[in-house]
Design a protein. Structure first.
Length: 78
């Protein structure tokens, strides 16, 4: 039977991610040990709701709706 138990960095990261998703951070001593073992908090920054709903400034130009007469067609119509 092993004398020492340890968590690998992947397991530590998994615990930190679960705690973040649940909205309950681990106690400071536990968080310190998980980070010391190589765990990391996710590096993503979620977008805020107002950023996703922002209206685009640029419009679609009328020329882009239809193909011009001078364009080559790859599959000619019969």
């Amino acid at each position: 039977m092993p004398q020492k138990y340890y968590l690998n960095p992947v397991n530590c990261t998994h615990f930190l991610i679960l705690a973040e998703r649940a909205g309950y951070p681990p106690p400071e001593p536990v968080e310190y040990l998980l980070l010391k073992q190589g765990g990391e908090y996710p590096s993503y920054v979620p977008l805020r709701k107002d950023e996703c709903e922002a209206v685009q400034n640029r419009g679609i130009y009328p020329d882009s709706y239809e193909a011009s007469d001078g364009q080559m067609t790859l599959f000619p119509l019969f």
